[in-house]
Design a binder for this molecule. Structure first.
Ligand SMILES: N[C@@H](CCC(=O)N[C@@H](CS)C(=O)NCC(=O)O)C(=O)O
Length: 218
């Protein structure tokens, strides 16, 4: 039985995008179920798939895995450990960086919801948001500087860390965020110009549902 990834609106659901792009990079076949956010359909159906009432969830037969980062780990195991750096020390750092995204950057995530249809939205940048951008710049610059000879991704070859940081990269265009240096900006372009992202983007731009609380800025 193929895997099923339960997601929400492609335009808004950053947590859904992470496992979607990772499964796509791993080449694991999967079906999709999309539950539109803030609708009676979402409320009625989400608990069929997710114990928390949130998406994403990955269904593999009788097994249901919720929480995006756990889905990435499970997908990597299905793919024989692909999607994490082969070297143990680098893998440990990549896991720390992925966990940092899962647990952190809340000021940026709250102030700048993912909204792929929007561009150049103007928002008031609080110091907490600026701190997030500063941390992203340091993080991207450090790891790209160390691993640049092995490929264009954060740790050279594609990894779950790249999947975790894709939505934040897409927010830079939506809100015209500034503050990244040259190395970090180049990595941002690697993420946003990933050819495997194109089908998601195309579908997101074709969505018409507006989720009011995710429409921020002017
Ligand atoms: N920590 C969760 C976050 C999941 C999450 O917040 N999902 C949002 C969609 S992006 C959701 O399901 N929202 C619906 C709701 O809260 O009712 C993860 O990493 O998967």
């Amino acid at each position: 039985m193929p895997l099923t990834l339960v997601i929400a609106n492609r335009n808004y659901s950053s947590w859904s995008l992470r496992p979607w792009i990772f499964l796509t990079h791993l080449g694991l076949p999967f079906d999709e179920v999309l539950l539109p956010l803030d609708t009676p359909e979402f409320t009625a159906r989400v608990h069929e798939y997710s114990p928390t009432g949130r998406v994403p969830a990955l269904v593999d037969g009788d097994l249901v895995i919720h929480e995006s980062i756990a889905i990435l780990e499970y997908a990597s195991e299905l793919a024989g450990g692909a999607g994490w750096p082969g070297d143990r020390a680098t893998r440990a750092v990549a896991r720390a960086v992925a966990a940092e995204m899962h647990a952190g950057f809340s000021a940026l995530r709250n102030a700048c919801p993912m909204n792929l249809r929007a561009s150049n939205r103007k928002i008031i940048l609080t110091p907490a948001v600026t701190d997030c951008v500063t941390r992203l710049d340091a993080l991207f610059t450090a790891h790209r500087s160390k691993h640049h000879s092995r490929g264009p991704w954060l740790f050279g070859e594609y990894s779950a860390a790249d999947a975790m940081y894709l939505p934040v990269a897409l927010r830079f265009k939506t809100y015209n965020l500034q503050g990244l240096g040259q190395i970090a900006s180049a990595y941002l372009s690697t993420l946003t110009e990933d050819p495997l992202l194109a089908p998601w983007m195309q579908a997101a731009l074709a969505e018409t549902q507006v989720v009011a609380h995710d429409e921020v800025g002017e």
